[in-house]
Design a protein around this ligand. Sequence first.
Ligand code: ATP
Ligand code: LTN
Length: 331
Amino acid sequence: MKRMLSGIKPTGQLTLGNYLGALRHFVEYQDEYEMFVFIANLHCVTEYQEPAQLKKNLKDAIALYLACGLDPEKSVIFLQTDVMEQAQLGFIMMCNTYMGELNRMTQFKDKCAKGEKNITSGMFVYPPLMAADILCYDADYVPVGEDQKQHVELTRDLAIRFNNKYGETFTVPEPLVAKVGARIMSLQDPSKKMSKSDETNKGCIYLLDDLAVVRKKIMSAVTDMCACVRYDKENQSGISNLLEIMSCITGEPIDSICARYEGKGYGEFKKEVADVVCEEIGKIQARYKEIMESGIIEKVLEDGAKKARYVAHKKLDKVQRKIGIEIRKRS
Ligand code: ATP
Ligand code: LTN
């Protein structure tokens, strides 16, 4: 069975973008692949997070993983910091990554271009840690949203470089980016990705938003003057985004939705999008509540960490022997 791995970094509450671009696919794939899914809590602290809030976000994220349908019987679900091997391999990967490569990472370049002050060195070396997360488990595939593809591509380069230098060690992973829903845009500024760190909050739907708030955000989503429900990302980016959201959730092809709305107004269309999104999120929230009350989260994480550690430990041992920094086998 091929192996798949992915992670989410809950620096805020999980969003509809995280769900449609990533989480939903983890659930779909868990029957077909050996699935490893974790919370990237080390990646979270590359920027300051208020500790109590971060702790809450981490727990909510695990509960949402389960509420969206990840099944601990089928998938290994764990916290990045519960498997120290990942951070240790992360350092070794940093030693095999060139500064020039990290300078070219879009996420880092965007931060510099925005003139962000005090970018940490942890942020700069974020990609080799992500590479270690993936390579520790010999993942064949990494399902991610569009914005993370470049990091997985760097991981491939690092794996190939290491294999060439030290002999066959790592599986070279492939990014899996869905055709629809890989980049859900902000409802207020459809030229930007829907992001947890949205300052206004109005353009981003959080999975734990009150349903009345979700409806309001969709009804006030930015559209255009064309008065025609059409998929045209260039000229009608707001409507195209809503079409993608609806198609992702219902499975109805975008063309067919457009055909149903011929001659009809945006109000009616938005109302259906709001109904569809509220129904989907409502189901997730009901399960989230049950999970939070059940107290199963700690047990899921403990079991997940055990299984993940077993795999990562063996891989790190192999790497350390290959590069010559280990004399005796670790127990
Ligand atoms: P931020 O929004 O603060 O930039 P993020 O949501 O991109 O953070 P993660 O939570 O780690 O960061 O992302 C988890 C997964 O969700 C990644 O695979 C990412 O590509 C995907 N993802 C995030 N936002 C979107 C979006 N708007 N549309 C589709 N996929 C997304
Ligand atoms: N960088 C990713 C989160 C992440 C990840 C990973 C995703 C950390 N390690 C390994 C896939 C595989 C993000 O910001 N979304």
